[in-house]
Design a protein around this ligand. Structure first.
Ligand code: HEM
Length: 514
């Protein structure tokens, strides 16, 4: 009884507490608005985007449609502005000069590791990628790049064709529909595992490995970027999966070493055979971490690019016809075996994938964190960006900017051979030939088209990515006629996962060809 009466007595004070909390929050919101409107402003700092809710800032607008949000901000504030996102200060630098500034920033000025490692270390494991000293990470990138070479690609193409053919054997009906992103997600995990992860991992894909991938993937979501570690089951499963994957890789590495099995053309073998500059072998947990990082670098990016490409093609029967004609013209027939050499010849197909990457870049923005005590100055506008801010380059905005592309919202693979398109008259920077420690970057960071990033963090999976996607699409248009469902267009973008995927429903109608 005494407990009940104490509880009853405390009720008014509890409701008062709620009321006071609301009032305090209301005052905080109003002060925040007044401060934004009338508070002192640092003339040298980039303009700050207005937001109604303190701490959350513009997270909701950014999360729902970041490209529109950033384009709207660009109209109001120009190419450089700062917005708040769940307590983080993000300075966006748009345009080709913005790209160049962010991607070319010196390692002691801004850092990708500081931006990403809080999240990635739990998925990839320790001492690799952003959890390694930068110079070691560059060595690790060099090993991976060296393992992705023409000799391996030559073996990969028939493997990919084999996986695609095998995968679609389950499509028993003469025609039907499939969800594009889900289907390519399942297919790419088979092709990438077979080519990169090794036959042992591929063989276990239908068993425990798929569940481990899934658990790791649940730890690689936007929420993990904001809250890297919470006492929740998904976080615990992520940690357990990371440990288990490392054990699986260790046992494969041990077996290959003990049996002196060097018959494998996969990336795993390239890493087993590599040595750090000081002559030491790569420890097993480094190899495992790099393999997981590669899987995460390539899986969703390639799955969504394949899905978008097929969706765009399904809306364009003329392009599918042209792609088949290209195969007949360059390969002799639609029955000629695909090889590394002849897939390279398929330039229209390459331009279709390139155009997909322009219009639907899986990673449309890239972040760095300012670490220099004095901050950093964007020379072009004189803006000073303080230590602790995130720098954000957004190729996803430059790639649909009419300054750089004619009719930018149109899917037009021919623009890549149409010299009238402004992208061909862009003045490139001279940093394309810089070698940061893993081979030359290959593209100027000033380019408006950067779906694989630029500079020291540039993607090293680009060649494999193109090869894999081209081989998959080339095989699929041999197997199927494809179209969109009656009355449906190419879906809108869904920005709620780590890569930009087609909004559901994103179905493709297939009919088996003879
Ligand atoms: C880096 C995109 C496929 C491995 C990157 C970056 C982008 C990107 C935008 C730069 C990230 C940044 O600057 O913050 C893509 C796309 C792909 C793809 C669009 C496919 C269509 C792959 C594949 C692999 C891979 C297949 C592995 C075989 C990596 C690695 C990095 C990277 C290791 C370096 C990260 C760093 O240095 O910080 N990728 N990628 N990617 N990617 Fe890819």
């Amino acid at each position: 009884m005494a407990v009940i009466s104490t509880l009853v007595a405390s009720l008014p004070s509890l409701s008062n507490l709620v009321i006071y909390t609301f009032l305090a929050f209301g005052v905080y919101v109003i002060l925040n608005i007044l401060n934004q409107l009338f508070g002192p402003k640092d003339a040298k700092a980039p303009p700050v985007v207005f937001s109604w809710i303190p701490f959350m800032g513009n997270a909701i607008q950014f999360g729902m449609n970041p490209i529109k949000f950033l384009q709207d901000c660009q109209k109001m504030y120009g190419d450089v502005f700062t917005f708040y996102m769940v307590g983080k200060k993000v300075t966006v630098l748009l345009g080709a000069d913005g790209n160049q500034f962010v991607f070319n920033s010196k390692q002691n000025v801004s850092s990708a590791a500081e931006a990403y490692n809080d999240m990635t270390k739990y998925v990839f494991g320790r001492e690799v990628v952003y959890d390694a000293p930068h110079s070691v990470f560059l060595e690790q990138k060099r090993f991976i790049k060296a393992g992705l070479n023409s000799d391996c690609f030559r073996e990969h193409v028939p493997m990919i064709v084999d996986e695609v053919t095998d995968f679609f054997k389950d499509f028993k009906k003469p025609s039907g529909t499939f969800d594009a992103y889900h289907t390519f997600g399942s297919l790419i995990i088979c092709t990438a595992s077979r080519c990169l992860m090794g036959k042992e991992i591929r063989a276990n894909l239908d068993k425990n490995v798929a569940q481990l991938y899934y658990d790791l993937d649940q730890g690689f979501q936007p929420i993990n970027f904001i809250f890297p570690n919470l006492p929740l089951p998904s976080y615990r499963k992520r940690d357990a999966a990371c440990k288990k994957m490392a054990e699986i890789y260790s046992s494969i590495i041990r077996r290959r070493r003990e049996e002196n099995d060097t018959s494998n053309s996969d990336l795993l073998q390239a890493l087993i055979d590599a040595n750090y500059k000081d002559g030491s072998d790569l420890p097993d947990h480094h190899i495992a971490g790099m393999m997981i990082a590669v899987l995460f670098g390539g899986q969703h990016t390639s799955a969504t690019t394949s899905a978008w490409t097929l969706l765009e093609l399904a809306a364009r029967p003329d392009l599918i016809r042209a792609l088949r004609e290209e195969q007949i013209e360059k390969l002799g027939s639609l029955k000629t075996d695909l090889t590394f050499e002849n897939v390279k010849e398929l330039s229209l197909l390459e331009n279709c994938v390139r155009e997909t990457l322009r219009l639907h870049p899986p990673i449309f923005q890239m972040m760095r964190k300012v670490i220099a005590d004095d901050g950093v100055t964007f020379e072009k506008t004189g803006h000073q960006i303080p230590k602790g801010n995130f720098l954000c380059a957004v190729p996803g905005v430059t790639q649909v900017d009419e300054t750089y592309f004619k009719e930018p919202l149109k899917y037009n693979p021919m623009r890549w051979v149409d010299l009238d398109d402004p992208v061909h008259s862009m003045e490139a920077g001279d940093d394309a030939n810089v070698d940061y420690g893993f081979g030359v970057a290959g593209i100027s960071s000033k380019s408006p088209f950067l779906p694989f990033g630029a500079g020291r963090h540039r993607c090293i999976g680009e060649q494999f990515g193109y090869l894999q996607i081209k081989t998959i699409i080339a095989t699929m248009i041999r197997l199927f006629d494809i179209e969109l469902e009656e009355g449906k267009g190419v879906p809108k973008s869904d920005y709620t996962s780590m890569v930009v995927v087609p909004e559901k429903p994103a179905n493709i109608k297939y009919t088996w060809r003879e």
